[in-house]
Ligand binder design. Structure first.
Ligand code: ADP
Ligand code: ADP
Length: 228
């Protein structure tokens, strides 16, 4: 699903974010990416959805060599991905329903498909009753659930998430993780950068630890491994 061979990323100001990363993530895996601030976690996530390009090495995501994609091919890569951010990034002037429907309109789904699918994914995240609410009328946890519904509405093969519980209290974070777990049990690959020790230690999934731009640990059923 995701393969990195000798991948490095050096930003134009000289910051080395990733050095010689070699990793393979298979279909259906659930992977946490952990490590101290500035280690390279966000860059790892950004490379996968081609927000940033590797400066060296090969990166294949869902069968596409990300470094070789023409700009017009990028939307096809992203169609196979669902992306969830710490700050939700919902459209403020659209309801929960419209935020999720919008992702289907972008890929030109029919009106009929949208009407059938959106209520279904709102059910999956347990928020069908809030379909008509605007983001400002919802709690952080509810907004994140809508963001997750939007991320999965087009049936992506990979969901990537950058600190999705970073703004949420522990109880809400755990609710959010149960949703990710359910999505993963449906066969969707999940790659999540996180600082949330409780979540990582509670889930016991594969853990990839990055420190100073390098992978220092990669373990199945791993733990967070830091004290913060
Ligand atoms: P993390 O997510 O683990 O905190 P990042 O991937 O954000 O780490 O950052 C890794 C390194 O790359 C840090 O030294 C950071 O300062 C640097 N960095 C991140 N983004 C940029 C950028 N857009 N321009 C320059 N340097 C960056
Ligand atoms: P039904 O409409 O009969 O309830 P399903 O629940 O199996 O059907 O899901 C309908 C579609 O949504 C299928 O294509 C399925 O792969 C997809 N799907 C269901 N749950 C998820 C999920 N958690 N994440 C991603 N896709 C999902």
């Amino acid at each position: 699903m995701i393969q990195m061979n000798g991948v490095s990323k050096v930003y134009s100001n000289g910051s080395v974010a990733l050095s010689d990363i070699n990793v393979q993530i298979d279909k259906g895996e659930f992977v946490f990416v952990v490590g101290p601030s500035g280690a390279g976690k966000s860059t790892f996530i950004k490379l996968v959805f081609r927000e940033e390009l590797p400066t060296q090495g090969d990166l294949v995501v869902n069968g596409r060599n990300v470094g070789d994609l023409e700009p017009q091919e990028v939307p096809y890569l992203r169609r196979g991905l669902g992306i969830v951010f710490q700050d939700y990034r919902l459209l403020p002037n659209r309801t929960a329903y419209e935020n999720v429907a919008f992702a289907m309109q972008v890929v030109e789904s029919s009106h009929r498909e949208i009407q059938k699918r959106v209520p279904h994914v709102l059910d999956l995240v347990g928020l069908r009753q809030k379909a008509r609410h605007y983001p400002t009328q919802m709690s952080g946890g509810e907004q994140q659930r809508i963001a997750i519904a939007r991320a999965i509405v087009n049936n992506p093969v990979i969901v990537i998430a950058d600190e999705p519980t970073g703004n949420l209290d522990p109880e809400t974070s755990w609710e959010i993780m149960k949703i990710f777990d359910r999505i993963n049990q449906n066969g969707t690959t999940i790659v999540m950068a996180t600082h949330d020790k409780t979540v990582v230690d509670g889930m016991r999934k594969r853990v990839i630890a990055i420190e100073k731009s390098r992978i220092v640990r990669d373990e199945a059923k791993g733990v967070y491994g830091y004290e913060d």
